[in-house]
Design a protein around this ligand. Structure first.
Ligand SMILES: Nc1nc2c(ncn2[C@@H]2O[C@H](COP(=O)(O)OP(=O)(O)O)[C@@H](O)[C@H]2O)c(=O)[nH]1
Ligand SMILES: [Mg+2]
Length: 332
């Protein structure tokens, strides 16, 4: 059985698409008028012709698909992106729900590493106020230091407020050099004093991306020198709001997204929708305010595990005590 969802301006058009793409034998599983629009959504299923020797024709089982749909519905994704994941997951072969979800996430998102070390571009952390930019800056520098590499931090704040002091305190504890740069020219000057083997992490002020003057300051920093902006967004907002924010930051040119606050939210769909809407690749995530080991790579596998916790069976390295307690309760 293969499931597929179709969107169209009317129910009749969606049904016509079903017939055209899946043929006359397709079974209509669900139809839905789309809220607030004249559009319609139709989910249809088709029995696959049995070809026992052709394993590539295997598809995800209806039980697995039901579990995935139920999980995704709780994640605060919007309908369009839920459908994209469901369609990708239904492409089989059948596997555990975690693996099907992982494959679907890989097919619908980009996952990458933030390049650091010799020759890597300086990273400028941008985002709305309070998403964890300053702390993330310190975490990135700490990770370099823990891996035996050199890091430098720069506070690029036009008005020297407490933010620079916060970063200075982290830099001192980490033993990494820190500069202050209140404008593009000062940033270019500070960067010219850094060495090729030092990865530079630049903290920026909390920015309201709907305020063009604030956004222009970030663009000025990026134009002053060859740096790589990285968007920092926290979990816990509404999907469309998070997507609007991510899109509003697009003029700055970030290609990577660091997700924070995964320990204080239960729904991560908004981050998926935002990354997709703004064409951003997931790189690292944070689920702790702690600086040391405060970031981890956000792979499709990690994200699938976050979206689909397997009832305490999989030990989350970030919450070992919690999962251990759950297991003890289950077995004891
Ligand atoms: N629980 C938790 N707190 C975080 C995380 N990331 C940042 N914080 C906290 O969020 C607050 C704001 O962080 P800060 O870096 O100052 O945000 P900024 O305004 O974007 O620079 C601080 O109290 C951080 O310790 C996270 O992943 N989990
Ligand atoms: Mg800050």
């Amino acid at each position: 059985m293969r499931l597929k969802t179709f969107h169209a301006d009317s129910l009749a058009e969606a049904l016509a698409q079903v017939r055209e793409q899946l043929g006359p034998d397709a079974i209509i599983v669900a139809t839905q008028e789309e809220e607030g629009t004249d559009g319609a959504r139709v989910t249809a299923a088709i029995e696959q012709v049995e070809t026992p020797m052709d394993f590539s024709a295997e598809t995800t089982s209806p039980e697995t698909m039901d579990r995935l749909i139920a999980v995704l519905e709780r994640q605060g994704l919007n309908q369009e992106f839920t459908d994209a994941i469901v369609n990708a997951a239904s492409e089989g072969p059948d596997d555990s729900p975690e693996n099907c979800l992982m494959r679907a996430l890989e097919a619908t998102n980009h996952f990458t590493n933030l390049e650091t070390g010799k020759g890597a571009k300086p990273k400028l952390l941008i985002g709305p106020p309070g998403t964890g930019k300053t702390v993330t800056c310190a975490k990135l520098a700490a990770r370099e230091a823990l891996n035996g590499r050199k890091a430098v931090v720069i506070a690029a704040d036009p008005v020297r407020l407490t933010a620079a002091e916060q970063l200075a305190a982290y830099a001192e504890r980490l033993g990494v050099p820190m500069f202050e740069a209140p404008n593009g020219r000062a940033l270019a000057d500070a960067l010219s004093r850094c060495h090729d083997d030092e990865t530079v992490f630049i903290d920026s002020p909390g920015t309201n991306p709907y305020n063009l003057e604030e956004l222009a300051y970030l663009v000025e920093l990026c134009e002053a020198t060859d740096i790589e902006p990285v968007l920092v967004l926290n979990a816990g907002r509404d999907a469309d709001d998070t997507a609007d924010l991510a899109k509003a930051f697009r003029p700055v040119g970030a290609k990577h997204l660091i997700c924070t606050g995964l320990d204080i939210a239960h729904r991560f769909g908004a981050l998926l929708v935002a990354a997709n809407a703004a064409g951003l690749a997931f790189c690292d995530y944070s689920a702790t305010p702690n600086i040391a080991n405060g970031l981890d790579r956000l792979s499709a596998k990690t994200l699938a595990n976050k979206l689909l916790p397997s009832g305490g069976k999989t030990r989350d390295p970030l919450f070992p005590a919690e999962t251990a307690t759950k297991e003890a309760k289950t077995h004891g």
